[in-house]
Design a protein around this ligand. Sequence first.
Ligand code: ATR
Length: 284
Amino acid sequence: MNKLIKKFAVLGHPISHSLSPQIHSLFAKELSIILEYKKFDINQDKFDEHLKNFIKKGFYGLNITLPLKNSAFKICSELSERASLCKSVNTITFLDNKILGDTTDGIGIVNDLKNKAINLENKNILLVGAGGSANGILYDLIQTKAKRIFITNRTLSKAVEMKEYWGKFSNKNQVILKVVELNSFSNLNFDLIINATSSFLTNGESPISNNVFNHLNDGGACYELMYGQETPFMKEASNKTNLVFDGLGMLVEQAAESFYIWHNLKPKIKNVEIFNSSGFESFR
Ligand code: ATR
């Protein structure tokens, strides 16, 4: 391998379904950059040793996916503000003996919503979930200048913790954060409902009852962070609105942002159909 060719990889477990190598290769082709991008099945055990190996082998950057984003956050020597607040890293750059960490998931969903002409300014969002995925996008959701973000979760105490944790940042951005009990939203209406839970993987069901979709405003949208197949959340949402999306657009947009961090160039490819055609399975 020519030493001038920059080496990249995505790490996670499982990883076989990852589209990141294809996406980054397409971006590189568009921008005439020569790179190598591989995927590695890596578990949390000895993550730090694995990382040292990638440094030794001369890798320039890594994408990190589930379940390693928090481990990556802990190991970086420098973090962006958003990675630091989200406690999540999906983009690592090895530079001058430093391990730089950033997260592009939040910007990924926000940019994808923009592509879909969904403006969040002054709008009401229901965020379902209070785990790593929900926390990983909240920084950028708050920065959209949404009016109110309601957090709900099966385990309500985690939603309460999340609200407390993000309180200062949301106040600074003049966004109201509230916790609501799962499935009891009597007087509330939403412009966007985001499913940031893993319920499809844990019990194959929607995390919220059908009734919640009656609280969508006209023109309201529903967004599933998973991609690859219609989840029960998406199916039930489709009975109420045509604006139902999976996370494929977010995947492409978060990759575009990682690409920008590494190459200082923004790929223009937005046609997710290109990626859809590869027949991948459901993955997050
Ligand atoms: P991730 O990093 O994917 O967010 P996580 O931190 O384990 O993973 O969080 C998973 C989220 O999905 C949590 O909000 C979880 O709810 P709990 O906090 O109550 O565990 C949610 N979740 C998982 N399975 C679910 C289900 N069957 N119904 C509702 N919520 C579910």
